[in-house]
Design a protein around this ligand. Structure first.
Ligand code: PHE
Length: 332
């Protein structure tokens, strides 16, 4: 060890020569390893440890020598060009769906919404029956829902509203949740439809929750997401689990409402469904509808992402084409 600690090297060649002398296959330390076989068994453990120690020590010492000679020669050496442009470091990107989901979650969490999740493989009760879908409602049809062949009661959820039901059956109000997740529908895959996509659902149940609260929260959301000049419009609609129900449009994110090809001349873009939770849904999930009221809303994340980034083909989101994903490197 003493011999090793006093080693010196003036340049890289000398340091390399030392490495060869001690650490190469035929070097002095490796030689010790070879002799190891002839050592009596009871000494092997002790000796093995010693040799390893020595080897590590030599390795460290020689590394330090190499570093120090490397440093002193690098600055003056003509073989290293310090002005050369470095190789670019390829940065990864978040998936556009994740970027937009995070943005939506961020806006609502500032309003006190917390995250809730539920299973993608669900049962009929949570996806349909507990949400006031009649037994013969067309959404239950094979056209729409994926069933597990041997268990017609087990399905792939076709909307994230199932998470509302899962939370309400376990929690008493106040409930203020946001449920992002993947949903499945039995549709032929094309540029405009896919058999799976992502939704984000909001639910607020408490005393005295009114439609006015819903409208104000959605206005704030739209302005945070698309800019402070964004206007919203609510059109009457129908969902089995909300009454009254509405669909919400935002003023076109491209033309600002004047009319363009994006909004097909109307100036408005539909982005979500919403309404006051139907009292029958509260009751089915164990919440007293004479005390509590609530609102719910749900939107497709792909749809919002298309509006923000003008992605023309829905299939792009699930193909993992790096050229497409790379376009989002600079996004948050
Ligand atoms: N679940 C509805 C859908 O998939 C959206 C929705 C959610 C509507 C909550 C109203 C309230 O289209």
């Amino acid at each position: 060890m003493q011999e090793l600690s006093s080693l010196q090297a003036k340049n890289a060649q000398e340091a390399e020569a030392l490495r060869i002398k001690y650490l190469s296959k035929k070097g002095e330390i490796s030689q010790l390893m070879n002799d190891f076989r002839s050592v009596p068994a009871d000494l092997k453990k002790e000796l093995g440890m010693r040799i390893n120690e020595l080897k590590n020590f030599a390795q460290e010492k020689i590394n330090t020598l190499k570093e120090s000679v490397g440093e002193t020669t690098a600055a003056g050496s003509s073989s290293i060009d310090l002005t050369r442009t470095p190789y670019p470091i390829a940065l990864g990107s978040r998936h556009p769906i994740t970027i937009v989901k995070n943005e939506i979650v961020d806006i609502f969490s500032r309003l006190g919404f917390t995250l809730a999740e539920g299973p993608e493989v669900e049962d009929d009760w949570h996806v349909y029956s507990s949400l006031n879908f009649a037994d013969d409602h067309p959404a239950r049809d094979m056209q729409d829902t994926f069933f597990v062949e041997s268990h017609p009661d087990i399905i792939l959820r076709s909307h994230t509203s199932s998470v509302q039901s899962r939370v309400m059956e376990k929690t008493q109000p106040p409930i203020r949740i946001l449920c992002p997740g993947r949903v499945y529908r039995n549709e032929a895959v094309s540029a405009r439809a896919h058999c799976f996509f992502h939704q984000i659902e909001g639910l607020y149940v408490d005393k005295n929750v009114s439609f006015t609260d819903l409208k104000q929260v959605l206005l704030l959301f739209a302005q945070e997401l698309f800019g402070p000049d964004t206007k919203i419009r609510l059109r009457p609609s129908y969902f089995p689990f909300t009454e009254p129900s509405a669909e919400m449009d935002v003023s076109c994110t491209i033309c600002g409402g004047k009319g363009c090809s994006m909004c097909k001349g109307s100036g408005w873009l539909e982005i979500l469904g919403c309404g006051m939770v139907d009292p029958a849904v509260l009751e089915a999930n164990g919440i007293d509808s004479s005390i509590y009221t609530g609102y719910a809303f749900g939107m497709g994340i792909e749809r919002i992402t298309n509006l923000k980034y003008q992605v023309k083909d829905l299939r792009m989101f699930s193909e993992n084409d790096v050229r497409f994903l790379d376009e989002f490197v600079s996004a948050k």
